[in-house]
Design a protein around this ligand. Structure first.
Ligand code: LLP
Length: 413
């Protein structure tokens, strides 16, 4: 696949040097490979094979307009988690019918919006939410396409902060109650129950939870159909993990085969909602060293101009992203704690990185930052959101400019 090459002789993104982009746009800065994003979308789509299916890219992983537009042109549908993400999907040219609207706490205003544009399905989280959708639909004299999000009670093997299908998790309707909720929904004037949905976690690297969820949800769908509910699809969410450390991760083909094997006998269309797998490896964060200082213990702090405000994952989940040096230095390796500029001790990028001691102004690159990087960035410490650059066909362009102080204050009086 195209994308990034990392070597001691130079790092490139589809033939373009990220350091040259940084020289023009400054740091910190996100850089994405358009070719790799499209290649990964196509690889997942191809892995799902001939069985009727649709890939709904999960905007929450990265909803920068230029990327959503790119994926839409490649043929992707969308999974939106808020009114804001629906608006971005529409702005990117996604047809309303190609949007599924998920989310554990949809407001009535968001539901009204989704109903007014006619999304492909609202993935409802509770009986109460189905009631609210039914009321909105009846008031408008329409029928709304809904799927019920089911919590299968499956504990996936991932970081505890991002597993969502276990007994104690807030997401969906417990499988034990789902039958009654669906039967009630099927009798409503304003609802068309077209699907069942589950998403049991993110950064999944083993098949156990994927297989258990696929078979539980598919069996449930068959029971509903036997009761006369005219289902159209099974939506098995997102979650396929990537390798952050370079060791082989769960293969997309094995993941896809597991889903298709479960759903194919039903003939129902399979929907998936991948985010991280498509964009994660296709984006990097480029940052500059702003200070280097020795610690008491022989290690060094290397302070970057990027931290938890640009990439929250290390601070929030203890995530370990690989670092590459764009500025080559000789000398023997020392142990560096690479940290951000924010006034929080949790503001780290990578602890215990072994490398020749960098100097102020050197450029470092954080790998696999395309998913949940810019999307989770904040203005904490009144820091401006960094620019985002898309490399496409050997050229690059800014798809989101760096915020200015005026942007930061635009909503304040
Ligand atoms: N569908 C639903 C209903 C979801 O909640 C999610 C992710 C996805 C799809 C996409 O999952 P993916 O394919 O990207 O794993 N901020 C965390 C990840 C949170 C995931 C939230 N839900 C991180 O940086 O690891």
């Amino acid at each position: 696949m195209s994308g990034f090459t990392f070597s001691s002789t130079g790092t490139t993104c589809d033939g373009v040097d990220p350091a040259a982009i940084a020289a023009a746009e400054g740091t910190p800065l996100y850089v994405y490979s358009a070719a790799l994003i499209v290649a990964r979308y196509r690889a997942l789509d191809a892995a799902l094979g001939a069985h009727p299916h649709r890939v709904h890219y999960a905007l929450k992983a990265n909803s920068t307009l230029g990327l959503v537009r790119l994926l839409r042109s490649a043929g992707s549908a969308a999974d939106a988690n808020s009114g804001g993400e629906i608006a971005v999907a529409l702005r990117a040219g996604v047809h309303p019918r190609d949007i599924v609207f998920t989310g554990v706490g949809k407001t009535v205003a968001e539901l009204e919006y989704a109903v007014s544009i006619g999304v492909g399905a609202i993935n409802a989280e509770s009986g109460g939410e189905l009631d609210r959708i039914d009321r909105i639909a009846t008031a408008r004299g329409v029928r709304v396409r809904v799927a019920l999000r089911i919590n299968p009670g499956v504990e996936a093997d991932s970081h505890p902060g991002i597993v969502t299908g276990g007994p104690g998790h807030k997401f969906g309707v417990p499988i034990e109650e789902a039958g009654a909720v669906c039967r009630a929904a099927a009798g409503r004037k304003g609802l068309d129950l077209v699907g069942v949905h589950a998403h049991v976690g993110s950064q999944l690297t083993t098949l156990d939870a994927v297989a258990a969820t696929a078979s539980t949800i598919t069996r449930f769908a068959q029971e509903l159909r036997a009761d006369g509910v005219a289902l159209e699809h099974v939506d098995l969410g997102g979650g396929l993990g990537i390798s952050y450390d370079g060791n082989p991760a769960l293969a997309v083909t094995d993941y896809a085969r597991t889903l298709v094997d479960a759903v194919a006998p039903t003939g129902l269309t399979l929907l998936v909602e991948p985010g991280r797998w498509i964009v994660g490896p296709a984006g990097v964060l480029v940052a500059a060293v702003v200070d280097v200082k020795p610690q008491r213990n022989g290690r060094y702090f290397v302070v970057l101009d990027a931290g938890m405000s640009e990439l929250m994952r290390p601070a929030l989940y203890g995530a370990k992203h690989r670092l590459e040096r764009l500025t080559v230095r000789s000398g023997s390796d020392v142990t560096c704690d690479v940290v951000g500029p924010i006034c929080e001790t949790t503001d780290v990028i990578r602890l215990g990185q072994s490398m020749p001691l960098p100097e102020v102004g050197d450029l470092l690159l954080v790998r696999d930052a395309g998913a949940y990087g810019s999307a989770m960035a904040s203005n904490y410490n009144r820091r401006a959101l960094p620019p985002e650059v898309l490399v496409e066909g050997g050229a690059w362009r800014v798809i989101r400019r760096r915020q200015t102080v005026d942007d930061l204050l635009a909503c304040e009086s």
